[in-house]
Design a protein around this ligand. Structure first.
Ligand code: HEM
Length: 455
């Protein structure tokens, strides 16, 4: 297998806090080699105490065993407040637990099966939108993933007027606020004010107004008994089993905002990097394309396959997993200590920033063999189970694990298979993508690939 681009120069002597800033510019070449071996890294400044935990034991402690002692910080909430309000992504404690009790049933296995035809329609549309020649694939995948969200949540394609405007405004919002998005990831001192430029406030307000419009219309349809049976209806009619309450419209707007954001930015990033890795490994791509032909009869007949057909794409699924290991869309998870702690003999005061890095765990040299190599066949080796348990957390782990993990896996395998059925992807040697951390791992100048129609 071809190795994804790795830098020759990975500085080891730059202080850790500078790396956090550099993380944003070029994750691969600015990461010191020692962080791929380290068990913990610490930065202690007068205004900031931050640790990155990098062993399976500490990660489990923070995310799985005692998550209430390591909540999301108010700083994270503050950085995302304009767009996400009080959505499940930023809340803590009882408020968060209630939101998950209402949301989780919508993403259970049976419901996934129900949303599959809508995913299929989005995959078909994506394959038909692509054209031969050199294209920027991140943009295409954003479009496809946003289409999946709107079709499954609200039963409308992205071409629908309001959905299209949400998507367009969100692109403008991203352009005006990439650093603020990063503010949710990089620890900033508590006293540093959050500054939202006017354009960012305007675009966030517009997106929320549009989502409010869609959510209110849905609430009215539910009351009139005319609502379609999709994810929005399911979430808006699910009662909290403990209190019997449902989301009101305002609460639902916050949740729709996070489904849209978390559900399309992440999947788009993962799909684009997967296609890049596939494009750089033509022999492997040929095997995947063979596997994808199981969809050909459905394309020809114009009918949606059954959910169970996904089982026929094990190599595509493993390729997607390998891409998630190498390019986890959410590179860092940020928490803080609710009280005093002691990690590896280091005392941590209350409010210490705790960073868990799917990026470093996925490439940790104590966990993985050939950690920086693209080797999708490793997922067929039973020994990989142990590595994955210790170092594979692209969806996080523990009670705050990504709500949409199963949804995202199904969507990605389906879209990849559908695209590979029709299109041949080639890397462009002069355009090697440079990964950088926005809210998700994106390429600095996009991911450019050459597409040819498959025979
Ligand atoms: C490849 C695709 C995806 C990846 C890699 C991903 C990754 C993640 C990660 C790492 C978190 C935890 C963040 C943290 O704790 O700071 C998370 C949370 C979340 N994700 Fe995803 N996600 C993906 C797709 C989706 C989709 C499709 C949806 C919904 C449609 C979704 C909804 C959410 C929500 C609601 C949360 C917040 C959960 C909570 O805090 O309780 N995600 N995701």
């Amino acid at each position: 297998m071809t190795r994804p681009p790795m830098p020759d120069h990975r500085p080891d002597r730059v202080p850790f806090w500078r790396h956090l800033g550099m993380f944003r510019r070029d994750i691969l070449s600015t990461q010191p080699a020692r962080l791929y071996r380290a068990k913990m890294a610490e930065v202690k400044l007068p205004f900031l105490h931050s640790v990155m935990v990098n062993t399976p034991e500490l990660v489990r402690l923070v995310l799985q065993d005692r998550p209430r002692d390591f909540p999301k910080s108010d700083r994270v909430r503050e950085g995302l407040r304009l767009l996400l309000g009080n959505s499940v992504f930023v809340t803590n404690g009882d408020e968060w637990a209630r939101q998950r009790r209402i949301i989780d049933p919508a993403f259970e296995g049976g419901r996934l099966r129900d949303t599959f035809p809508a995913m299929w329609e989005a995959a078909q549309a994506a394959a038909n939108r692509l054209q031969a020649g050199q294209i920027e694939i991140e943009e295409e995948m954003s479009h496809a993933a946003a289409d999946v969200i709107f079709r499954t949540l609200f039963s409308v394609p992205i071409a629908d007027g309001t959905a299209a405007e949400v998507y367009r405004t969100f692109r403008a919002h991203q352009r005006s606020a990439p650093i603020l998005n990063l503010a949710a990831l990089v620890p900033l001192p508590r006293w540093m004010p959050r500054f939202f430029p006017r354009q960012t406030r305007t675009t966030a307000a517009r997106i929320r107004a549009l989502i409010t419009q869609m959510t209110s219309a849905r609430m009215a349809a539910i009351q009139a008994g005319t609502a379609p049976d999709d994810l929005a209806t399911k979430i808006m009619t699910t009662r909290d089993p403990e209190t019997g309450s449902t989301f009101d419209t305002a609460e639902m707007v916050d949740q729709v905002a996070i489904f849209f954001l978390a559900g399309h930015e992440t999947s788009a990033s993962a799909l684009a990097w997967t296609l890049y890795l596939i494009a750089t490994n033509p022999d492997w791509q040929a095997r995947l394309a063979d596997e994808a032909q199981a969809l050909a009869p459905y394309i020809k007949a114009g009918t949606a396959p059954e959910f169970g057909l996904l089982k026929q794409f094990p190599l595509i699924r493993d390729t997607f997993r390998e891409a998630l290991r190498l390019y986890p869309p959410v590179p860092m998870l940020v928490r803080e200590t609710a009280g005093r702690e002691c990690f590896r003999g280091r005392p941590l005061g209350r409010g210490t920033q705790v960073i868990v890095s799917p990026w470093h765990l996925g490439r940790h040299e104590d966990i993985w063999q050939d950690p920086h190599e693209f080797r999708p066949e490793r997922w067929q080796d039973p020994a990989t189970k142990r590595c994955a348990r210790d170092g594979f957390i692209p969806f996080s782990t523990g009670p705050r694990v990504c709500t949409g993990a199963g949804f995202a896996m199904a969507e990605a395998v389906l879209i990849l298979a559908r695209l590979l059925c029709t299109w041949d992807f080639r890397a462009i040697p002069a355009r090697v993508p440079v990964p950088m951390a926005h809210m998700t791992v994106r390429a600095r100048d996009g991911i450019w690939l050459e597409l040819r129609a498959r025979e």
